[in-house]
Every structure is written in structure tokens, then in C-alpha cells.
Design a protein around this ligand. Structure first.
Ligand code: PLP
Length: 402
């Protein structure tokens, strides 16, 4: 009989979010009259705004005409790639350095094929679970130990280091996953911090996969929205990004990756050429309808809508953060990101998660699910309808959890 991929056996328990959904279902079954509000997962809730939606509709209509029909287009619409370079990178990249994808998560999974089994990996701790689980699936990580995977270097991001890790912990020749604005902490790294990261990567022959999926939530103009605002980043970094959160495209599926042509492995071979080869082999392009929606999002009207939608979620984030702070709970995030990272010192985060669900009927995400340094924290997501967020804030104030 064919044997199972041994890396699958290394995956620890279930993926975090299905586990939370399971606990929510169990709670709802035991309390059939409870109105449970989810501030748990980062799934968008608001409708796609009209101009961008019209772009999707027009894209679908085009497919029904002789002149507008298109089939496979592996690398993505050239107009969209050009617009992405112009809007997000001041035209710094040629269109063949921008790869349109069906989302950042999918690209993160595929990118591991460039580095293969046994590569050393460093991740912010806590971090988006796909970095660690994707590395385990690719065979990059060793077995599970008490405090994490043996082959993964966890870079603790805690209140003590202001949620920016000690870069000295990174081993030479590593693949570094770095996310800013960060999921789950909501922390955004500044220019000096990202410059130090780039310098470390270059000095230690590392490659950074920089996840900028929440960059459009940044409001402070002094904070970098892309790693390529940092000098020399194109020599050591790939950036993944997504239309999911700023446009509500979580179900539409559209994202992109930037792989600069100057980026090389230690051997001097081109990462860009390999990514072209990988994408051409195991990916057949993003939906052309989604890409027409993306194109509409990057004209003047679309950019206004993107701003309005991200403003809306940031408004939710402020309400949640204010409500928690009124209770004396320390938290960060929520100002330039849609996540609020609330501190419950000395408490087990799954226990706090269970208590908030029990007392307030609010679903959150336990910090420990994002890595060992998430212990003692709970993540509140600002993705929700305004009325639900307001009700959740009222419920939180009614009963204190500490
Ligand atoms: N990167 C981060 C940090 C995320 O939090 C998420 C989704 O929650 C993604 C990527 C997934 O993006 P996409 O919907 O484009 O796959």
C-alpha cells in the first residue's frame, strides 16, 4: 500500500480556526438561545463596494462576448500587474516581477517549494499559523517538541520587546517569515526595524517572505507599507499581498507576489526564474473575473472604496480597543491593523477564550494558537458588522474578565 507523506504526521493537531469553529459549535449546541458574536477569525463581513463590484460584473460580462473573452492567462492581466506596480510600489517593479495569484495563503504554501525539505525557517512568534504549518508540510521543520518545532526558530514578539523580535536569534541561510502589520499582534514595524531586518537577512544570506496582507490598514504615514520601502530589500525579500481584506475579496480570491529579478539564492541562481517555473507548473492563473475586480479597485474610485472599507473595519477596531482599555486590559494593535492583541498576564489563553465565550458569548482567538509567545493573550478581530461589534463591546463592559 502507498505510504503517507511523513510530514503530515508532524502537523500538530488541527489547524487553529477549524478548532475554534468546533468549540463555537459545541457552545451553541449547549446554549441554543445564546446569540454568539464572532470576533474570532479574520473573515470579512461587509459587502464589496459598488464600483469594485461593477468591475467584477463587467469582467463576467466580457467573458460572454467574442471580443472580451479570455482563457488561461497564467501570469495575470498585464494591466493589473502594471497598476499594482504603480499603486503599491511607485512603479519600481516591471510587470514580470509581479505575479497575480489566487491569494496570499496559496502563495505562501507554494513558495516553500523554492526552498525545499530541510531549509531552516524563522518565524515571528506569535504568527499567522500558515508559516509554521506550511513549513511542516514542506518538510522544513523537525518534529514537535514541548515549545515548538525543532527545525523552526521562533522569534518571540512580546510586550517586553515591543512586539519586534531579537534578530540575533535568526540562523544564517534561513527563510524568514515576517508579517507587518502583524497578524495576530496588530503591531506594525517601523522603518528602523525593517531596515535592521533587511540588513540581518543580507548579512546572514537569508530570504524574507514579507507578508503585507494588511498594509492597506496602515494610517500612520511614517510606517512602511511594503518591505521595498527599505533600501536593498529587493536583494533579500519576496513580498506577498492580497486583495482579501481591503476589498472584501476573501471569497473572490485575488492576491499577488513580488519576486524581484535581482533576488538570488546563495548559489547565485535566480529566485525569479524558479518562481516563474513553479507558477507555470502548478498554478494556472487567478480568475479573470476577479482580476477585473482588482483592476477596478486600483482606479481613483476603487481606491476611495478601498479606503472606505478599511476605515470601516478600523472603526470597529477602535471600538473594541476602547472597550478593552476601559476595563483596564492592556492591548496593542487596532490603530493601523484590524487586530487587537489583548493581554491577560499569567492566564492560559485557551482558558480566557473559553471564559469570554461562556460569559459574553463572544468568540475570540486564543493567543497560544499562534505560537508559544501568544500564551496569556487573546486576539480580537475587527471584521464584523458594526451592530455586532457594538453589542460585543457592551457585553464586555457588563462583565469583567481578568
Ligand atoms: N496573510 C495573513 C497574515 C493573513 O492573516 C491572511 C488571512 O487571514 C492571509 C495571508 C490570507 O490571505 P488570502 O485570503 O489572500 O489567501
Amino acid at each position: 500500500m502507498i505510504t503517507r507523506n511523513p510530514h503530515l504526521a508532524n502537523l500538530k493537531a488541527g489547524y487553529l480556526f477549524p478548532e475554534i469553529a468546533k468549540r463555537r459549535r459545541e457552545f451553541a449546541a449547549a446554549h441554543p438561545n445564546a446569540k454568539v458574536i464572532s470576533l474570532g477569525i479574520g473573515n470579512t463581513t461587509e459587502p464589496i463596494l459598488p464600483h469594485i463590484n461593477a468591475g467584477l460584473v463587467e469582467g463576467a460580462k466580457k467573458l460572454g462576448t467574442k471580443e472580451g473573452y479570455s482563457g488561461y492567462q497564467d501570469e495575470g492581466l498585464p494591466e493589473l500587474r502594471e497598476k499594482i506596480s504603480k499603486v503599491f510600489y511607485k512603479g519600481k517593479f516591471s510587470i514580470d516581477e509581479i505575479f497575480i495569484s489566487d491569494g496570499a495563503k496559496c502563495d505562501i504554501g507554494r513558495l516553500q517549494t523554492l526552498f525545499g525539505t530541510g531549509v531552516k525557517v524563522a518565524v515571528q512568534d506569535p504568527s499567522y499559523p500558515v508559516y509554521v504549518d506550511g513549513s511542516v508540510l514542506a518538510g522544513a521543520a523537525g518534529g514537535w517538541e514541548e515549545t515548538g518545532y525543532a527545525g523552526i526558530t521562533y522569534l518571540p514578539c512580546t510586550a517586553e520587546n515591543n512586539f519586534f523580535p531579537n534578530l540575533d536569534l535568526i540562523q544564517p541561510n534561513s527563510l524568514i517569515y515576517f508579517c507587518s502589520p502583524n497578524n495576530p499582534t496588530g503591531a506594525v514595524s517601523d522603518h528602523a526595524q525593517l531596515s535592521a531586518l533587511v540588513e540581518t537577512a543580507i548579512n546572514k544570506s537569508c530570504i524574507i517572505i514579507f507578508d503585507a496582507a494588511y498594509s492597506e490598514f496602515i494610517r500612520d504615514p511614517s510606517l512602511p507599507k511594503t518591505i521595498y520601502e527599505i533600501d536593498k530589500a529587493e536583494l533579500c525579500a519576496i513580498e506577498v499581498n492580497s486583495f482579501s481584506k481591503p476589498l472584501g475579496f476573501t471569497g473572490v480570491r485575488l492576491g499577488w507576489s513580488v519576486v524581484p529579478k535581482v533576488l538570488k539564492y546563495k548559489s547565485g541562481e535566480s529566485v525569479h526564474a524558479d518562481w516563474n517555473r513553479v507558477m507555470g507548473t502548478i498554478f494556472n492563473g487567478a480568475s479573470n473575473i476577479a482580476q477585473y475586480g482588482g483592476l477596478a479597485a486600483l482606479d481613483d474610485e476603487g481606491l476611495k472604496e478601498m479606503r472606505a472599507l478599511t476605515d470601516f473595519y478600523l472603526g470597529n477596531a477602535k471600538l473594541i480597543r476602547d472597550a478593552l482599555q476601559k476595563l483596564g486590559i492592556n492591548c496593542i494593535g487596532g490603530d493601523n491593523s484590524p487586530y487587537i492583541w489583548a493581554h491577560f498576564p499569567g492566564r492560559d489563553s485557551w482558558e480566557v477564550f473559553a471564559e469570554i465565550l461562556e460569559k459574553h458569548q463572544i468568540v475570540t482567538t486564543p493567543g497560544a494558537g499562534f505560537g508559544p509567545a501568544g500564551q496569556g493573550f487573546v486576539r480580537f478581530s475587527a471584521f464584523g458588522h458594526r451592530a455586532d461589534v457594538e453589542e460585543a463591546c457592551n457585553r464586555l463592559q457588563a462583565i469583567v474578565t481578568q
